[in-house]
Unconditional design. Sequence first.
Length: 110
Amino acid sequence: DRKKDMIIVNGMNVYPRIIEEVLYRYEAVLEAAVIGQADKLHGEIPVAYIALKEGFEIESADIRRWCRQHLGNYEVPRKVVFMDALPKNGTGKIVKRVLNKQGEIERGVQ
């Protein structure tokens, strides 16, 4: 649901789908998902979870540079997490709820 997935960064509406579409246009990206993470300064920040195509080695700075060329500054992911594969359900759809839970664990939120 697009409205439920919306991230609010400094009062601006950010739609993860738009960021994901930009990420999928980057030649090294195999899978991408963007979720919001609570942030004291900005309210929320976009976090990109990415699985790379085989044979590619890039850094988060490369992803952020690409996004800055194609998105507004408030839409650029503040954090990029690389994974071997993104979690999927039985039909192959990426499960953002699992990514959100993983992010909470990384931040020490119970």
